[in-house]
Design a protein around this ligand. Structure first.
Ligand code: NCD
Length: 300
């Protein structure tokens, strides 16, 4: 099956994926004993997502068909559809794509016979990030029901915010948003509150990167005044509830959405999220492959 948005997964499937990732963390092997090949097509920059998919593949014994936008026929004008169909024809068993266009997968996934995993579509969704965030929250609190979560920052341009707000609400969490007016998103039906309120009430404070590259004005943000008004300062961190945690998908704009010294503070789970990303992506690949029937059709 494809994983394009968090809506593709039922609550049971989400919990299954989180459990599978946790089993791998706890030592269960999920190495394939037969040949499987994946391909990672990144049309937007990435460090964590691309490398953690790569690391997941290494650990599962999956070969990777390398692709780089700059040296591929994309530079000759080849379409995404033709590129994806080429990679399928070469024998890839699944394809992971990050692309600047929202819903890039429309007009592609119905013609594909191997799983397509969305690694971020413009300002649309980022399901694998959302699942690793859910895993990090579950490890901390055991579940989501009744948990108070604030998603803070450049919500309008953040695919992480979109995936997480909807799924956390669906799983029973109480979701609030913090954003300056310009960066609020009318499609998310959750209340906006001030940062000073959020820090006092939430269990999970999810910060977002200011997405300068997606801003029409070229990303003119006054770091100091943004941090004071909407960011996590040291003073605000001291006022958070005793057990509450800080998440951020990274990369972090240190000193903009968060004081640089807080990136590795006791409450921060930012590097934990990255580590969880490797395991959740193993679980996602396995799930999509199994559900897609690839194991059955090609390997038995
Ligand atoms: C996020 C993304 O690419 O959407 N990063 C990531 O995948 N870890 C968030 C961001 O770039 O701000």
């Amino acid at each position: 099956m494809h994983l394009l948005t968090m809506n593709d997964l039922t609550n049971d499937e989400i919990n299954y994926l989180l459990d599978q990732a946790q089993l791998i963390i706890d030592g269960q092997s999920n190495q394939y004993e037969f040949k499987l090949t994946g391909s990672l097509l990144f049309y937007e920059p990435s460090t964590r997502t691309k490398l953690s998919f790569e690391m997941a593949c290494h650990q599962m014994n999956i070969n990777l068909l390398s692709f780089s936008k700059e040296t591929s026929s994309v530079t000759k004008g080849e379409s995404l559809y033709d590129t994806v169909k080429t990679i399928e024809s070469l024998g890839a068993d699944f394809i992971v794509i990050r692309h600047p266009d929202e819903q890039f997968y429309e007009g592609i996934y119905t013609d594909l016979h191997v799983p397509l995993i969305n690694a971020g579509d413009g300002t649309g969704e980022h399901p694998s990030q959302s699942l690793l965030d859910l895993l990090t929250i579950k490890q901390e609190f055991g579940g989501f029901n009744g948990l108070s979560v604030a998603i803070c920052g450049d919500i309008k341009h953040s695919r992480v915010a979109k995936s997480n707000a909807r799924v956390l609400h669906r799983l029973g969490a109480d979701v609030v948003l913090v954003a300056e007016e310009e960066w609020q998103d009318p499609t998310l039906p959750y209340p906006y509150i001030a940062m000073d309120e959020a820090i006092k009430q939430v269990d999970v404070l999810m910060l977002l990167r200011v997405q300068k590259e997606r801003h029409k004005n070229g990303g003119l943000v006054n770091s100091h005044s943004y941090l004071q008004q909407y960011g996590l300062t040291k003073d605000r961190e001291r006022k958070m509830k005793p057990r509450s945690i800080i998440l951020h998908p990274a990369p972090v704009n240190r000193g903009v959405e968060i004081d640089s010294e807080l990136v590795e503070c006791d409450r921060s789970r930012i590097f934990k999220q990255m580590n969880n990303g490797v395991y959740i992506r193993q679980a996602i690949i396995d799930f999509c492959i199994q559900k897609g029937g690839v194991l059955h059709e090609n390997h038995y």
